[in-house]
Design a protein around this ligand. Structure first.
Ligand code: UDP
Length: 186
């Protein structure tokens, strides 16, 4: 994130934050210290003049594909997954505001009593106001992931870059957890 704060090359940035990035060393769920650290980075980037839209995952709580393996119909399991991303979005909204920066969680799955619904117009409005936008609910459709959601949001918001914050440190030709040899790393 320090590269992000040190350059103005990327005015509008979509950050893809996996749910697992929010769980710290916990086996699942949210870790308050980790949330605060990430929120501080996001707030610092916004303070430096960048427009930050975060697309948040939900894998620290639930993934549709895993739910389907236990017998939940896939589309329904994906709905549970999308709800998980909203839980993370709300927690991140709170954490960013805890850093003194306004944030708005906008969900692709409409739930107006909980947060605003995602629309391009609303997201651009909040970005222009200097608020960190947190796009939850992925694409709003089953059979997708929040990686797709990040690219979709970046395209519709005309972002200059998509940054993916995840637990892996490069691009691999094999799953590094199954094949830890360095040759798999690029
Ligand atoms: N999901 C979905 N449609 C989307 C984005 C997400 O159905 O457009 C569901 C899907 O079940 C997915 C879960 O939400 O497994 C959590 O998202 P993701 O797996 O991308 O989270 P991450 O791995 O980034 O934490």
């Amino acid at each position: 994130m320090s590269d992000l704060t040190s350059t103005r090359r990327f005015k509008r940035v979509v950050v893809k934050l996996s749910g697992e990035a929010l769980q710290g060393s916990a086996p699942h769920g949210l870790d308050a210290v980790t949330l605060a650290r990430i929120a501080a980075d996001l707030a610092a980037a916004a303070d430096a003049g960048h427009e930050i839209a975060v697309v948040v995952g939900g894998g620290n709580f639930f993934r549709g594909i895993k739910g389907a393996e236990t017998g939940i119909e896939r589309a329904r399991a994906d709905s549970i997954g999308m709800l998980a991303t909203v839980m993370n979005g709300l927690a991140l909204e709170q954490a960013v505001e805890g850093q003194g920066r306004q944030a708005r969680c906008l969900s692709a799955v409409t739930m107006p009593s909980v947060c605003e619904s995602f629309s391009r117009r609303a997201a651009l409005h909040h970005l222009a106001k200097g608020r960190v936008v947190i796009a939850a609910g992925g694409t709003g459709n089953p059979f997708f992931t929040t990686d797709t959601g990040a690219v979709l949001r970046a395209a519709e918001l005309s972002a200059d870059a998509v940054l993916k914050a995840t637990q892996v440190d490069g691009v691999y030709t094999a799953d590094p957890k199954r094949d830890p040899t360095p040759e798999t790393w690029r």
